[in-house]
Design a protein around this ligand. Structure first.
Ligand code: CAA
Length: 291
């Protein structure tokens, strides 16, 4: 099949990652459609995108055309069929394997034959998602980092059957979005979360065991290791439910005790304290940022 030329991108899921990816896609000149089953989530996503784009525009980091593309040119809607015209579909739905498998089968049935389907999953097997479609060679992992408009990295993950053409096209799209790419093989957590999540988990064990306060643990990592955020603040930023879901995948698929999610993390997720997005995690949040 001829190499796919990407002009239209559909992003599935209007959460933090989906709206960030849609924003960068639109400001980079791709005709972008953001799709979510919730009209409220789309409304919130549009407002987040507006705020982020205005901020970057006022700082001179986005020109007028990029601003217009995101604020006026981007489409959104609740019907998955809106993805039918896309050359590249980027799935950024909740980190839940059965849900993603179902979504991949649905997207495969409605997408153009030469369209590529990517997942922004942080830990689920790209090979498994590809196997839910009849186009496994056109399925790839494109793992963006939060906040997507600011973070320069995309981790590209090749599934067992991902073709070299698909990798080349995804690479070209990432570069057009101004991102730097590193490739990872399809292994649980890939590179980013294989390394990041055990660090966050260990920080939570340190808190649970009273090795230090949250401020001390984060302070040591910020001032001692030059991390922009301490691991507990970062966990709140990512979402404690997301951290737990990723650790569960690492633990069950790699089968080693070192990935066992900290009981305090489980307890906080069970209590509904999911970090910034719920206003409470290791810190409390009144608006944006630490309270
Ligand atoms: N859009 C536009 N501007 C944004 C923005 C966004 N989405 N997010 C932050 N900014 C801007 C802020 O407005 C601020 O601008 P001013 O300096 O003009 O006020 C600037 O970026 C810096 O932000 P802050 O002052 O709030 O704080 P900061 O200097 O600590 O930077 C940060 C914020 C970029 C998030 C930084 O703390 C950081 O890099 N943290 C680590 C992030 C990280 O590790 N991300 C990866 C998480 S893992 C992941 O995403 C993958 C996974 O699978 C779990």
């Amino acid at each position: 099949m001829a190499a796919t030329k990407v002009e239209r991108i559909a992003v599935i899921g209007a959460g933090t990652m989906g709206n960030g990816i849609a924003q960068v896609s639109a400001t980079s000149g791709f005709q972008t459609t953001l799709i979510d089953i919730s009209a409220d989530a789309l409304e919130r996503a549009r407002e987040n995108i507006r705020q982020s784009v205005e901020k970057l525009h006022s700082k001179g980091k986005l020109d007028d055309a990029a601003r217009r593309n995101a604020l006026e040119g981007m489409l959104s809607g609740t019907d998955l069929a809106l993805a039918a015209e896309a050359d590249l579909i980027i799935e950024a739905a909740t980190e839940n394997k059965p849900l993603k498998l179902k979504l991949f089968a649905q997207l495969d049935a409605l997408a153009k034959p030469n369209a590529l389907i990517a997942s922004n999953t942080s830990s689920i097997s790209i090979t498994a998602l590809a196997a839910a479609t009849k186009r496994p060679s056109q399925v790839i992992g494109m793992h963006f980092m939060n906040p997507v408009p600011i973070m320069p990295l995309v981790e590209l993950i090749r599934g067992l059957d991902t073709s070299t053409e698909t990798v080349a096209t995804a690479l070209e799209v990432c570069r057009a979005m101004g991102k730097t790419v590193f490739e990872a093989n399809d292994s649980p957590g890939f590179i980013a979360n294989r390394i990041l999540m055990p660090m966050i988990n260990e920080a939570i064990f340190c808190l649970m065991e009273g090795v230090g306060t949250a401020e001390a643990i984060d302070g040591v990592m910020k001032l001692g290791m030059n991390h922009p955020m301490g691991p507990l603040a970062l966990a709140d930023f990512i979402g404690l439910d997301v951290c737990l879901a990723i650790l569960e995948v690492l633990h069950s698929e790699l089968g080693e005790d070192k990935y066992r999610p900290c009981p305090l993390l489980r307890k906080m997720v069970a209590a509904g304290h999911h970090g910034r997005k719920t206003g409470r995690g290791f810190y409390t949040y009144h608006t944006e940022g630490k309270g």
